[in-house]
Design a protein around this ligand. Sequence first.
Ligand code: SAM
Length: 126
Amino acid sequence: MSARLRSIVDQLELRPDDDVLEIGCGHGIAATMVCERLTAGRYVAIDRSATMIAAAERRNAAAVASGQAEFAVMELEGLDLGERRFDVVFAARVGLFHRAPDRARALIEPWLKPGGVLHVFYDTPS
Ligand SMILES: C[S@@+](CC[C@H](N)C(=O)[O-])C[C@H]1O[C@@H](n2cnc3c(N)ncnc32)[C@H](O)[C@@H]1O
């Protein structure tokens, strides 16, 4: 387990009924930690890499099977999650949030519930 991602998930201060969206989930390591903290809440992740989404789904197969977690191959720039809205959206080490933060935030805002929050994390890969 990654101490870096554990620290990130700690900082989300999740409530058990939060609906959570992760952008750029990679291998789905944070996904596992988020799902451990949710009861009624659900977790959705997107990543533009089909390889990463397949790995994340394998890693979180039980949460996918129970309906708690869902993974989709999708780019942030084309985000479309239908009627879903989220209490918490987060991204870690996803370039667009750092290259073009205003644009990235504008892409996320329509998917936040009233009072929902976006957390962006960037740390230098070790
Ligand atoms: C450096 S990895 C970080 C993975 C994980 N969040 C972490 O911190 O370990 C960035 C991930 O974001 C995905 N990604 C980058 N830009 C994206 C975009 N515009 N839309 C969706 N996924 C993106 C990449 O495919 C990759 O899996």
